[in-house]
Design a protein around this ligand. Structure first.
Ligand SMILES: [Zn+2]
Length: 320
């Protein structure tokens, strides 16, 4: 059962729909509630997985101090677990995906943002206040530009899908994106071509340049396709994002000495274009012993790792 949150995703609107979705899923599977051992919920954070309370995720601003776990446990009268979505996805990959059979695994998801989760000695690392695993907000460029989190030069600011799209728009505004625009237009022939990217006299910012996104959707996927097609500016953008990712992987390898690093998220779907330059950095810069111990693998449960992990949260204390 899959439902959209709708335009007004308030708790009052969403939670009854979630309850109804659980009932619908049970009906469709022909499973009575009495046979359900537990409910697992993967949610955007910040949240406290011990109490199951959610604290105002950026995309769900009205969800301030919502006791999500109790709203399910008390409604269905079955044990309920709540975990942040990146940790749940890490847990899913660890038990049933690319992390099967190992003890120390780091999961990194690269999509619009970058998140992560660490499993050390078979346990999800939570940290003192439950916020461990913000791997997207490790500093890569310590003199870099501000990230939305308050830090500067974060991995997310350099390697996420949002970062790749932002760098494409910056290149276009700097007058270096004509090939990319032409390519994007062949993907969206029904759109008006960009009339401008820069005025001829160059000294005045063109008012249209601010609405590139509206005129022609250039996202990370477009840039990846353009890079595959050999467009130099797109290749440069993807390679730089990949190298920043590689620097992040080196940090992860040095800090955690993991057996596996599992890469998930839509941006990693571009495959070798992103992964090879990243692994090149790992090869050149990481210490020999932890490098020889680690395998970097693509996730296996995409896009359902979070769902699988949520369903398996009841195994947290006793993995199957
Ligand atoms: Zn950040």
């Amino acid at each position: 059962v899959s439902l959209l949150t709708g335009e007004q995703p308030t708790p009052q609107w969403v939670i009854p729909r979630m309850h109804a979705a659980v009932n619908q899923a049970l009906d469709e599977a022909g499973v009575p509630l009495a046979r359900v051992a537990g409910i697992g919920i993967a949610s955007p954070g910040p949240l406290d997985n011990r109490t199951g309370v959610i604290y105002s995720p950026p995309n769900l601003p009205e969800w301030e101090s919502i006791p999500l776990r109790n709203l399910f446990a008390n409604h269905f009268h079955v044990p309920t677990w709540v975990e942040n979505d990146a940790n749940a996805a890490a847990w899913g990959e660890y038990l049933f995906g690319a992390g099967r059979g190992c003890q120390n695994m780091v999961y990194l998801t690269v999509s619009t943002g970058i998140g992560g989760g660490m499993i050390i000695d078979g346990k999800i690392v939570e940290g003192t206040s439950g916020t461990a695993g913000e791997l997207g907000h490790m500093t890569i460029d310590w003199r870099g530009k501000p990230c939305r989190c308050g830090n500067v030069g974060c991995l997310e600011f350099l390697s996420s899908g949002t970062a790749i799209a932002r760098q494409a728009h910056e290149a276009i505004r700097a007058g270096q994106g004509n090939d990319l625009l032409t390519f994007a237009h062949t993907m969206h022939p029904h759109r008006e071509p960009m009339k401008i990217s820069r005025q001829e006299d160059g000294d005045q910012r063109d008012e249209h340049a601010l609405s590139v996104e509206e005129q022609l959707p250039i996202n990370a996927h477009t840039v990846a396709l353009a890079a595959e097609a050999g467009i130099p500016v797109a290749r440069t953008i993807i390679t730089q994002a990949a190298q920043a990712l590689g620097a992040g992987l080196v940090n992860i390898i040095h800090v955690f000495n993991p057996e596996r690093i599992v890469l998930g998220g839509g941006v990693t779907q571009m495959g070798s274009l992103l992964v090879e330059p990243a692994l090149q950095i790992v090869q050149e810069r990481s210490m020999k012993r932890p490098r020889e111990a680690v395998r970097v693998l693509l996730a296996e449960l995409e896009p359902n790792a979070g769902l699988v992990g949520a369903g398996a949260l009841m195994y947290r204390s006793n993995p199957p």
